[in-house]
Ligand binder design. Sequence first.
Ligand code: SF4
Ligand code: SF4
Ligand code: FES
Length: 528
Amino acid sequence: MPLLKIDSKEFEVENGTTVLQVAEANRIEIPHYCYHPALEIVGSCRMCLVQVEGMPKLQVSCNTFVSDVSSDRKVDGKYDMVVHTQNDLVVQERKNILEFLLLNHPLDCPVCDQAGECYLQDYSFKFGNAHSRFDENKRVRPNEFLGSQIVINHNRCIMCSQCVRFTQEISGTSELFVEARGYNSKIAVLEDNPLDNLLAGNVADICPVGALLSTDYIHKNRIWNLKKQPSVCQDCSVGCNVDVFSQTDQILRLTARENLDVNGYFMCDIGRYGFHRYEEIDRVLQPMVRKGDSFVSADWETAIQKTIDLIKKNKSNTAGIVSPFHTNESNFLLGQIFKDVLGSLPPITGEEITYPSGFRISADRSPNTRGMNDICEGIVEDLASKIKTQDIRTLFILDDGVDRKLDDKWKKIIGKMDSVIVLSYAMTDLAKLAHVVLPGYAPLEREGTITNDKGRIQWLRPSLPVKVESKPDWEILMLVRNALDKKTEHFVELGEVMKKMGEKFENYAGITFFKVGNQGYSINGKSS
Ligand code: SF4
Ligand code: SF4
Ligand code: FES
């Protein structure tokens, strides 16, 4: 293995590793713009220049590969390469490049959405000059829409071409290109081929400066006001890792979080903008009990007692309906209460799309079908028939939520029941048919584990505060379970439910939030 020296540190590295990769892996900061680990190397921005001993000019570290050299070419008799990242030559060249990049930049950081997470700001502060020598007129270009949700501020663009390569290599849609050359060059789209593919939002994430902006977030807030919560997208069974940004009780944006075993560095726009569908919903924030054609609110004690009375009336003719939109822990508890007949409603599906890079949007638009099937024994295949043959009169339903549109067949089946108890966060089609509605948490408020379609258990973390009298779904199910059977164990925290789940299902043995961590845990024992 070649021996590399960066400044005063030595590294044994794989043949063919770049200097920038070694530096990044070892927390040696080399500023860079055009390099992205998921994209082809172009070495165009020159920001990552370093000095390599024996080479006449500074070299771009993102495109300088370390390899074994013959013993007569080794530096100091032992190094295959010696690199300087901090000497006067490198420091001066960084200043020059930053000065060049800022020549036509409007320096409008106070109104730029990237402020606070901008590499032009950060590198200028750290490596740049305090003053500009440029006193000519700046080139000024108007903003343009590249697609329905992406705007470009050309004046801030540093022509790193990451966005262009993204559409060529990751989405494979090639909408973006560099128009013209040199001083006149700019990022462009053809009028009849706008940037409207389902991965388009990623270009705003990967743009290292404030040039590409999502219309969904533009001028909405300042990044330092927002709370950032690592979590998992719940809009399909891939389970992309995301960061959820919120302020008090409002979600402002979602961005992709790196997980090479799941989504790489990216996410799709279904998941990115999906949180908006929870904004205008008819939230259920108190237990509701049917009175004639309408509902009256009740306290928890009354609602749970009513639930128990309804279940006991038809105990042997009661079925539980689990949900692929809920966590493993909630489904597990429901499965433990209604062991005789357990089912789920028909899957909610969309188009399955796989991009040239391998990035996938699953046809299964629920996040936890795999987990639900793993930890609920005996889910019947045809619930509608089972309801008929077993003369089911009472249903306890874990509601899929606002994505579930009930068709006439299911409206009829549910409408015929003696009693329907629905655990939901909104007055959905299902909740409207209930006799008791128990108010649980909405998707972005929940905590628990979900398992993606490749068998990776992931940590769903709460991104929003609790609303009024709603309770965590698993706690509501515990109340029902304990009220039905006083002798059953009482779990006071989610970890205890996970432990019990692990005792029953081998694949989930020993699962804790600590074990799942930020990157998830594969039940296949390998990357998935
Ligand atoms: S718009 Fe952003 S990502 Fe695209 S070339 Fe300009 S700076 Fe790079
Ligand atoms: S691919 Fe699926 S999990 Fe990933 S962001 Fe899109 S909807 Fe969410
Ligand atoms: S990051 Fe190396 S040249 Fe741009």
